[in-house]
Design a protein around this ligand. Structure first.
Ligand code: AMP
Length: 185
């Protein structure tokens, strides 16, 4: 059975950066729903047109739409053969329930990269991404607490939660993450 993992963390926690390292280290496919949606926006596809204004305002694209693109991606050969690391998905309990239906026991670990609201706000203000307006940052953090934070308990109930302190340099956090994954899979 292939190795499946998800990584959770507030926007600005460094989860995208760590996800790339983890995927490389364990030779699994990195799937970022944020990247997929941003490509769709750039390409001007129907999905991109639908998602753009939601993303610009810091809102969440609907579960139906995101579940659809993830299901399609997970069905591809590279994922079937090598396993996956989902980054930015699931973001709601509805998405987590769908993921469980889709992959079942292949999902081995949910990593929560823990960084405080104060620290991520500082980091996001300085990264200068186009969708990082103060309003969008505040909206995303608010939605994270309301919609995504409940997933921490959800994954704990599934007995696959692993919480990792995300404070420190990229290398320090990377070492910590790899060690914890090895201990838990
Ligand atoms: P990210 O790069 O993960 O911060 O995602 C950028 C934006 O894409 C988010 O602010 C949401 O608008 C949208 N998005 C990404 N993943 C999801 C998801 N799983 N559910 C809903 N919206 C998402």
């Amino acid at each position: 059975m292939t190795l499946g993992m998800v990584i959770l963390g507030r926007q600005g926690s460094g989860k995208g950066t760590q996800a790339v390292h983890i995927a490389e280290r364990f030779q699994i496919v990195h799937i970022s729903t944020g990247d997929m949606l941003r490509s769709a926006v750039q390409e001007g596809t129907e999905l991109g047109l639908k998602a753009k204004s939601i993303m610009d305002s810091g809102g969440l694209v609907t579960d139906d739409v995101v579940n659809g693109i993830v299901a399609e991606r997970l069905a591809k050969d590279d994922v079937q053969n090598s396993g996956f690391l989902l980054d930015g998905y699931p973001r709601t309990v509805g998405q987590a329930t769908e993921l469980k239906q889709l992959v079942g026991d292949s999902l081995k670990l949910a990593i929560n990269l823990d960084v405080s609201i104060e620290e991520v706000t500082q980091r996001m203000m300085s990264r200068g991404r186009e969708d990082d307006t103060p309003e969008a940052i505040a909206r995303r953090l608010e939605l994270y607490e309301a919609e995504t934070a409940p997933l921490i308990e959800w994954f704990e109930n599934e007995n696959i939660l692993c919480v990792i302190d995300g404070l420190g340099t990229e290398i320090e956090v990377h070492r910590r993450v790899i060690e914890e994954i090895q201990r838990n899979i």
